[in-house]
Design a protein around this ligand. Structure first.
Ligand code: ADP
Ligand code: MG
Length: 522
């Protein structure tokens, strides 16, 4: 692990990094920054939340030397992302007053861009459509561009921007640095890379190093008709300051919004049909915690960087494993713990999730839905806390007439409070239990257990299988090779059963002998 100081960055950059309180570069930054500074073409593959923006923004800022021309262009798929990258640049150039950055994206008046581009802009960040528009109007000049970055390249191609990107490249000089960042490398990426890059150096940050490590992942198998209520119950129990809910369709986004909005939760939604200003406003409100719950579809949320999201809900099962990783990557950022909840309905979807778990190397456990009493307890506690804080604030004298008139009529204070509470909190909670799976959702990874009982203890493989099945509920077929030696035995089981097996087997006896058991060290 290197430090930012070792990355050959200017004093100004190091100063701002310090102010941002970034202690050390992330993996992708550590690898990409020196390579970008050297000017070669790069293909950077790493997950959402791994710090790609800084990985290209810092070297771009270092590399600008002619104050009069556009020297760097960052192309990204959505307006939100363009705005966000723009914001990062603006933060980073705090001590570089000589630099100008312009963000260009559809949905905002093009005249503003045209006017801004007449000034001496150094860096342009934008979406493909608007960039082309400006090029055709001769308002944007890329003849002096030295570095082009394609951020979220896979998403850009998925959204059908291939031709647009290639068109943009026609306006750029032959010798330049082309850097692509992507979470995945499908064939389309390789194809376009051949057209626009020269021998790119590939940087790949392993899945094991994904931020996903810090995310606790759970799934619930729930009938379609009960999903909304289950969502509500989970929101009640967690009372998150920030939760992001993903649905697969715009209609479902609307639908969920109606449902939750009705329940007095601070909720908003985000989808492609909304005007730009509206989308920006919603996102800012979410960042500022003026709203606590944001419902979104995949397209608009890609790349959006909102920190400290406590819970991500996959209300609908994501359609691909990439979406799964991207969605849940909105939480658990920069080492913080996050929770990801995924809803599935029925065996087929459960199997799809099993597949996603395998491919992303994630451990997704079955979650427990809260029961009615747990929810009521939380709702009551919160109500009491709210009253106490209002009592401290002391802004309630103007209501004196109400309490006086009720108390004068001889009602008891406790009864009055109960009535008020009943008017404000709905105790009519519908419990959802979901469909419990007998088995765990497995990632396919195995581990070995050592059981300190063997032939000398008259133990055979069958005894071990029976004990495991009985104590952990594991499917016999999931138990791997069993090796019985003189004084100990070794059994291979899915990692997901390891803890369970150790804790439950160490409480029982096999062949009347206490079981000593541990995971085999690798
Ligand atoms: P990506 O583009 O890979 O999804 P981002 O560039 O949006 O990731 O960064 C994700 C988050 O991590 C941002 O909130 C960013 O401020 C933070 N971050 C970036 N670099 C560092 C670092 N070196 N140390 C701590 N946090 C960082
Ligand atoms: Mg990004």
């Amino acid at each position: 692990m290197s430090t930012f100081e070792e990355l050959n960055l200017s004093k100004d950059s190091l100063k701002i990094i310090k102010e941002l309180n970034f202690k050390e570069p992330t993996k992708i930054q550590e690898e990409a920054i020196p390579l970008m500074l050297s000017g070669i073409d790069i293909m950077g593959l790493s997950q959402t939340g791994s710090g790609k923006t800084l990985a290209f923004a810092l070297p771009i800022i270092e590399s600008i030397n002619n104050a009069n021309k556009i020297e760097a262009l960052v192309i990204c798929p959505t307006r939100e992302l363009a705005l966000q990258i723009n914001e990062v640049f603006h933060t980073l150039i705090k001590y570089r007053k000589d630099l100008l950055i312009e963000a260009v994206y559809g949905g905002s008046p093009i005249e503003n861009n045209i006017r801004a581009l007449r000034k001496k802009v150094n860096i342009v960040v934008g979406t493909p459509g608007r960039i082309i528009d400006l090029l055709k109007r001769k308002a944007l000049h890329l003849e002096s561009v030295k570095t082009i970055v394609l951020d979220e390249a896979d998403e850009m191609l998925k959204m059908g921007f291939k031709e647009d990107v290639e068109e943009i490249f026609k306006y750029t000089p032959e010798y330049k640095q082309v850097v692509m960042f992507s979470a995945t490398m499908p064939k389309e990426i390789k194809d376009i890379s051949k057209n626009i890059q020269k021998n790119p150096t590939i940087i790949k940050i392993n899945k094991e190093e994904m931020t996903v490590k810090t995310i606790k992942q759970y799934y619930f198998n729930i009938n379609g008709s009960e999903k909304k209520q289950a969502l509500l119950n989970l929101l009640y129990i967690h009372q998150p300051k920030s939760a992001l809910i993903f649905a697969n369709t715009k209609r479902m986004v609307d639908d969920l919004y109606e449902f939750l909005n009705d329940k007095d939760l601070k909720v908003s939604k985000l989808h492609g049909d909304m005007a730009q200003t509206e989308r920006t406003r919603v996102l800012n409100n979410f960042k500022d915690e003026k709203i606590n719950i944001l419902i979104a579809s995949d397209v608009v949320s890609r790349g959006i960087d909102v920190n400290d999201i406590e819970i991500v809900f996959n209300y609908d099962l994501p359609q691909t494993r990439e979406y799964y990783v991207h969605r849940i990557g909105r939480t658990g950022r920069a080492g913080k713990e996050g929770i990801a909840y995924t809803f599935v309905s029925g065996k087929k979807q459960l199997n799809e999730l099993v597949q996603i778990a395998k491919e992303t190397n994630s451990n997704i456990k079955e979650g427990k839905l809260p029961n009615k009493f747990e929810i009521l307890q939380i709702l009551s506690d919160t109500f009491v806390k709210n009253i106490e804080s209002k009592l401290k604030d002391g802004q309630y004298e103007s209501y004196n007439a109400i309490s006086k008139s009720l108390l004068n009529k001889g009602y008891e204070a406790s009864h009055i409070i109960n009535v008020l509470a009943s008017m404000l909190i709905n105790f009519n909670i519908k419990e959802v239990n979901g469909v419990k799976s007998k088995e765990k959702l497995l990632s396919g990874k195995k581990t070995q257990l050592v059981i300190f009982l063997g032939r000398k203890d008259k133990i055979n493989a069958n005894h071990i299988v029976c004990a495991l099945v009985e104590e952990t509920g594991i499917d016999v077929k999931k138990i791997g090779k069993i090796q019985v030696n003189d004084t100990y035995s070794i059994v291979s089981i899915p990692v997901e059963y390891c803890k369970d097996a150790i804790s439950s087997l160490s409480k029982i006896k096999i062949k009347n002998k206490k079981v000593k058991i541990e995971e085999k060290k690798k």
